[in-house]
Design a binder for this molecule. Structure first.
Ligand code: PLP
Length: 418
């Protein structure tokens, strides 16, 4: 890298990445004798010490079941769990904690909305609108509702750059559209969908909007009120938090009207064999013992992200993306799949004459972790007529030197495999 190239501590982003990396114990290891270069953040991010410590400290001192106990530990656990809900509320700027439902992850959040909000309202002739760049988590739940009710699943096409076709969308939305479910950011291509434009049109048609924010929320500031969406879904493990915890944000009036999604303890106020009175929001949707440690870890992750600043994270990741795009295009035979005007720091690519899985395997011998495959977005692969891609996905703890290591490893893979 020449002196003119951006460095990982560029003034524009102002991040001290070297210091940040010291918070992530997992990054300190070698893999196959090389320093780990972790570029699989879209699948799952790593956790800083602060998150790991928040979880272990909870288990060491405060663990008990929530909501049902009068003893001190139960009260501490309840306070921490409900406190975490308020941290999430503030993070996405929801109006009230009643609008924040803890679930297992994005997948569960979308299924909840599909089954509880949409399924009871639709039948033959009604339409469910998604786009061609969705993750399976934002396809299959709608396909299920369509099979269960006779409603039609309609798919807004994407173009060769991996952008959702806005004109086609305007033609497709109509009086029978019952939901618009869109990715905020595509995991397979990195496309940042200009969801505000889509939401404005949906509003004019009175169509409720769900955003799959799995890839959105960790990489830029999200304000659900400014977005004006009805539902926003995300997963803790993609934003430095634990696995097994995720969030459904839902507009309160809509959540109030929705029937419960799973039955069991905690989601009720009173039970007889004749009649059940359901709990208030958000607990109406949280049957059984919730992921207490998960919520506490998620709150710690949010504190960590906020201490750095989402806008600074977005600015730094944009620099990484720009640099990585430029460097990768120097590799002979490499083609980037997904070239949308606005992208998150995700680069899918193919290398002429080499299967992506072979690239992934050779890169691993060099300590470089990327993902290869269909990225749970098979229709996207079909559209681009590739069976799979290799995908490097970056986070704010990645460095420009790691991009250089990726490129060097790709050069070696190419010399071995072609
Ligand atoms: N939506 C998108 C865009 C994703 O990238 C993912 C995970 O990769 C999901 C949904 C599903 O998330 P989870 O497996 O955490 O439920």
């Amino acid at each position: 890298m020449s002196a003119a190239e951006p460095r990982f501590d560029t003034p524009s982003a102002g991040l001290d990445v070297a210091a940040i990396r010291r918070d992530f114990p997992v990054l300190e290891q070698t893999i196959n004798g090389r320093p780990l270069v972790y570029l699989d953040n879209a699948a799952s991010s790593q956790r800083p010490r602060q998150v790991i410590e928040a979880i272990s400290s909870y288990y060491e001192r405060d663990h008990a079941n929530v909501h049902r106990g009068v003893h001190t530990l139960s009260q501490r656990a309840t306070d921490a769990f409900e406190g975490a809900r308020d941290v999430v509320r503030r993070f996405v700027n929801a109006r009230a904690t009643q609008e924040i439902v803890f679930v297992r992850g994005t997948t569960e959040a979308i299924n909840l909305v599909a089954q509880s909000f949409v399924r009871p309202k639709v039948g033959p002739g009604d339409e469910l609108l998604i786009s061609g760049l969705e993750h399976h988590a934002n396809i299959v739940p709608w396909k299920l509702v369509s099979e269960q009710t006779g409603a039609t699943l309609k798919v807004i096409p994407i173009d060769e750059r991996g952008e959702v076709d806005f004109q086609a969308f305007e033609r497709m939305i109509g009086p029978r559209t019952r939901i618009l479910a869109l990715a905020h950011v595509s995991n397979a291509l990195g496309t940042v969908v200009p969801v505000e434009r889509f939401i404005a049109v949906a509003r004019r048609h009175g169509v409720p909007v769900l955003l799959d924010g799995a890839q959105g929320v960790a990489h830029d500031a999200v304000d659900v009120q400014a977005l004006d969406c009805d539902f926003y879904c995300f997963s803790g493990h993609k934003m430095l938090g634990p696995t097994g915890i995720g969030v459904l944000y839902g507009r309160r009036e809509l959540l109030e009207d929705m029937p419960p999604w799973q039955g069991g303890g905690d989601m009720i106020l009173a039970v007889t064999f004749e009649q059940i009175t359901y709990n208030q929001l958000p607990w109406k949707f949280e049957a059984g013992t919730p992921p207490i440690a998960g919520a506490i870890g998620l709150a710690a992750a949010i504190h960590y992200l906020e201490a750095i600043g989402m806008k600074r994270i977005a600015a730094y990741e944009a620099e990484l993306l720009e640099y990585a795009t430029r460097r990768l295009l120097t590799v002979p035979g490499l083609r980037i799949v997904g070239t949308a005007e606005r992208k998150a720091a995700v680069i899918s690519f193919v290398l002429e004459g080499v299967h992506p899985h072979d690239i992934g395997t050779i890169l691993d011998t060099e300590g470089v972790a990327i993902r290869t495959g269909h990225h749970c977005a098979m229709p996207v692969m079909d559209f681009f007529r590739v069976p799979a891609t290799a995908r490097a996905s970056m986070s704010f703890y990645n460095t420009f030197e790691e991009i250089d290591a990726l490129v060097a490893a790709l050069e070696r893979a190419r010399s071995i495999l072609t």
